[in-house]
Design a protein around this ligand. Sequence first.
Ligand code: NAP
Ligand code: GLV
Length: 327
Amino acid sequence: MAKVFITRSVPGRPVDLLEQAGHQVEVWPGELPPSRDVLANRLESAAALLTMVTDGIDADLMAAAPGLRIIANMAVGYDNVSPSDANEAGIWLTNTPGVLAETTADLAFALLMDAARNLTASDRDTRAGGWKTWSPTAFLGQDVYRATLGIVGLGEIGEAMARRARGFSMRILYASRTRKPAVESNLGLEWRSFEEVLVSSDFVSLHVPLTPETRHLISHRELALMKPGAILVNTTRGAVVDQDALVASLRSGHLGGAALDVTDPEPLPLDHPLFALPNAVITPHIGSASLATRAKMAEMAALNIIEVLAGRIPLNPVNEPSKPRTA
Ligand code: NAP
Ligand code: GLV
């Protein structure tokens, strides 16, 4: 029986699927991720790892895991594991595309609406007794209807975000590595340079993966290019934004607001200046957090493991080891 280590209790039927395929499964019972020492210990004898964005799996851990054949990340982003290190070690790395874009775009659009119309800020104020009367001037926000949305990174989630924006008659600009004429004509998008998107948008929503090229893609220069009062939505990875620059721009009042599902680091320490800013909304990395979607993600990761442990190519590889490890 091959051993599979799952780094947290997850929804859905991944354990059943793996056990039915004849594998021995251990699920880390902690609410917090296993420490590096625990991971190293479990990986000594594991053939497969079902892991998440909170677990950094580096070359040293891979080297200490002689029997490990697959790292199945329960996420579409895989910046917590280096595909080239996995290649080198002969280990498959897989992710979960195709199942979470709509759920994550729902959250991104909800964050946009929240920041535009002060939902969290006014709720907080109401609970604290701030609602004395109907006020002609309290919590004046920005219209979303017919505003301009700039999408940076037009992949699965960026496109799903554009579909939502269409329902609000928004003008939609996008910048991405590759132009997508079919999506443009289907959804009425306008392709622009990254800078033009920043300059012309009322809302900018980030959907690029975190890579060496996109780390701090949004910093002082880019924030200064954004329209005064514009709102930044980040549901990709915290490090795509230079957070010190973001704090400075929010404090100065240049940026109207930021709605963040991801921060750098995660979790953000409670004394972080972002928490003191009334124009920042912060959620705890819950983009894909619907029960149905998280179950699909976990089951997809399990199916990738089953394929590799049966000697086949996984369903959702993000690397291609030239000499995959065998049993
Ligand atoms: P995807 O389908 O791979 O789309 C990413 C898009 O970004 C692609 O279209 C890609 O290139 C574009 N891109 C990559 N590098 C770029 C660059 N340097 N400049 C401009 N565009 C670039 O991925 P996805 O499913 O939409 O997910 C995007 C990210 O969202 C994930 O990597 C993950 O970090 C994050 N995420 C977060 C949550 C959450 O819970 N908050 C949930 C899911 C995903 P092309 O233009 O060439 O296509
Ligand atoms: C979550 O953050 C993901 O990348 O799926």
